[in-house]
Every structure is written in structure tokens, then in C-alpha cells.
Design a protein around this ligand. Structure first.
Ligand code: AMP
Ligand code: ZN
Length: 114
């Protein structure tokens, strides 16, 4: 999608602090981190939200989840624990409508989130 921020990051038209790239997913640091580790994992194809990703054929959801786990290991938070979040829709605070997995870790994470 030509006017999508994360499609532009995937296309390398907008810079990002990339921590992992696979054939199907790109992981980069959130510009406004909420934890010492706060990485966004996006599919390289445009899906607007988690519902669209879940409905996608061909393992796109697997690719995002697997990249998220790889980043957790790379960031050193896999053992102690981390959180993966998909904000989905306005009531959940989704602001960028290209699905992204938030990987949060590196501090004690409270539950429930706000
Ligand atoms: P959400 O509110 O779940 O849609 O999350 C969108 C996230 O994208 C927020 O945490 C923002 O800080 C983050 N964000 C917005 N623009 C950028 C950018 N250019 N590079 C990295 N992260 C961004
Ligand atoms: Zn997009």
C-alpha cells in the first residue's frame, strides 16, 4: 500500500532500526519504546490487522510469530519472559493499520495492561 508507513519501512523508503529480517517479516525497534526491548514485527505483505493476518493463507501469521520469537531470543529476553501484543482496532489503540506484533521485554511487565 503506497500510503502505509510500515509498507514504506519494509520497502526501505523510510529508515528504521532493523533488528531482524526474514523472507517474510521485518522486525525493527519501536520509535517510542515502552520497555527496554520494544520491537515491532511486521509481515512484508500488507494486512491491516490481526484479523486479516489470521485469515491470510500461506503461513503469514506463522512467519510473524516465528520472527517475534527469534527476536526475543536475540534480545536476551526469551528465558526471563516477554510479552507479544497485537493491538487490534481503535478500542485497543491500534494507530498503524499494517499489522504489527509488539515484542516487549527487559522489565517486569504488569498485568492487566491498561
Ligand atoms: P499501535 O498503537 O499498536 O498501532 O502501535 C504503533 C506503534 O508504532 C507505536 O508503538 C509507535 O510508537 C510505533 N511507530 C510509529 N511510527 C514508527 C516508526 N516510524 N518507526 C518505528 N515505530 C513507529
Ligand atoms: Zn502496509
Amino acid at each position: 500500500m503506497s500510503d502505509c508507513l510500515f509498507c514504506k519501512i519494509v520497502a526501505k523508503e523510510i529508515p528504521a532500526d532493523v533488528v531482524l529480517e526474514t523472507d517474510r517479516a521485518l522486525a525493527f525497534r519501536d520509535i517510542n519504546p515502552q520497555a527496554p526491548t520494544h520491537v515491532l514485527v511486521v509481515p512484508k505483505e500488507h494486512f491491516q490487522d490481526a484479523a486479516a493476518l489470521a485469515a491470510a493463507d500461506d503461513g503469514w501469521a506463522d512467519a510473524v510469530l516465528q520472527a517475534g520469537q527469534a527476536v526475543a531470543e536475540q534480545e536476551g529476553v526469551a528465558e526471563v519472559g516477554y510479552r507479544m501484543v497485537f493491538n487490534t482496532g481503535p478500542a485497543a489503540g491500534q494507530t498503524v493499520f499494517h499489522v504489527h506484533l509488539h515484542l516487549l521485554g527487559g522489565r517486569n511487565l504488569t498485568w492487566p495492561p491498561g
